[in-house]
Design a protein. Structure first.
Ligand SMILES: NC(=O)c1ccc[n+]([C@@H]2O[C@H](COP(=O)([O-])OP(=O)(O)OC[C@H]3O[C@@H](n4cnc5c(N)ncnc54)[C@H](O)[C@@H]3O)[C@@H](O)[C@H]2O)c1
Length: 315
């Protein structure tokens, strides 16, 4: 494992793989995108070109750089060819252990022995994936967020056999991309953000399924309430500010939180009935009824650009 990373390989060119390819190319790395079919690679290449153009139009790349960045990306369906001479590989195939293990075993056999093998998984444990490789010390999780080329966070966590050097080098590489790596002290299913999202989503679904509010009302409440502060205030700073510091928050709000927690949902699977209510309610939301999925994604990216312009440091 070494610091001098020049060639990066993105295995899987779906939503996440194409986002990684966009970002690596934008930051000057030579990139190879690999997938199972030429068709997938063709549509990923088209999307990467749009992503790069969006970055250029929003001053994330200098004028004319998008075209050059796109030229840094090669594509192939041949895994052995893709990983030849790779310094860092970012895997973004389907999110199940069988698929990840198959690809990790192949990457481990075909890539140079010191190449870092990182997974984009949204919740699987590296300790389990790395059981199938001969060099588990170089395997790490680097979990990004959509859209990968715009959102800064990446969660980094090794498995039981991952070396500290692999984790550190991956954090360093992420910083060169302008990402903010948050390093977990130990593995847990779903890492940090997806656990928080899962908690909020369960309660949101429950509020809709139990008739308290529609999907539209829940989303409006979220976005105009806690969501307004979310871009710069996390749950702990919010609690700190809700009282006169965290000690007073704990003293004053423990009982009201206990009552909320006591009455909150604890189910761990969406029942068929809940599913029907959820699908109907989300499809009735004005933004969903009036716009295509593509249009909503473009709007999300434009809104994100505005939020990213904020100076979120407290001075
Ligand atoms: N979608 C998200 O919001 C999100 C966010 C963060 C992380 N992730 C994680 O990123 C990974 C990819 O997610 P996605 O949303 O891009 O999925 P996707 O379905 O859009 O893309 C997966 C791609 O992997 C390719 N693929 C499958 N098996 C392959 C193989 N053996 N070799 C090469 N390519 C192969 C598929 O052809 C497809 O193009 C998953 O682990 C997912 O959990 C997803």
């Amino acid at each position: 494992m070494h610091n001098d990373i020049k060639k990066v390989v993105c295995i899987g060119s779906g939503l996440i793989g194409q986002g990684w390819a966009t970002l690596f190319a934008a930051k000057g790395y030579g990139v190879v995108m690999q997938d199972l079919s030429e068709d997938r690679l063709q549509s990923a290449t088209e999307q990467v070109a749009l992503n790069l153009k969006f970055m250029e139009d929003n001053d994330r790349l200098q004028k004319g750089e998008a075209t050059w960045a796109a030229k840094r990306i090669l594509t192939t369906t041949d895994l052995a060819e893709a990983v030849k001479g790779a310094d860092y590989i970012q895997e973004s195939v389907f999110d199940d252990y069988a698929a990840k293990k198959k690809v990790f075993k192949q990457m481990d056999a075909l890539a140079p022995s010191d190449t870092i093998l990182a997974s984009s998984s949204s919740g699987l444990l590296m300790s389990e994936i790395q059981t199938v490789v001969a060099r588990p010390q170089r395997c790490v999780l680097a979990h990004p967020f959509l859209p990968v080329h715009l959102l800064p966070l990446v969660e980094i966590v090794g498995g039981g056999q991952t070396s500290l050097q692999t984790v550190q080098l991956t954090c360093n590489l992420m910083e060169t991309l302008g990402k903010i790596p948050v390093r977990l002290k130990k593995e847990v299913s779903g890492y940090i953000v997806n656990r928080l999202q899962a908690a909020v989503l369960r309660e949101a679904i429950d509020l809709v399924a139990s008739g308290v509010a529609s999907a539209q009302e829940v989303d409006t409440a979220f976005c105009t309430g806690m969501g307004m502060r979310d871009p710069f205030i996390g749950p702990f700073l919010r609690a700190y500010l809700a009282g006169d510091g965290i000690q007073s928050f704990v003293e004053n709000y423990s009982e009201s939180y206990r009552l909320r927690w006591e009455s909150m949902a604890t189910w761990d699977a969406i029942s068929p009935l809940m599913q029907d209510t959820l699908v109907k309610s989300v499809n009735e939301m004005a933004i969903v009824r009036q716009n295509s999925l593509e249009k909503i994604k473009n709007w999300r990216d434009k809104m994100l650009m505005e939020i990213l312009k904020l100076d979120r440091s407290c001075r």
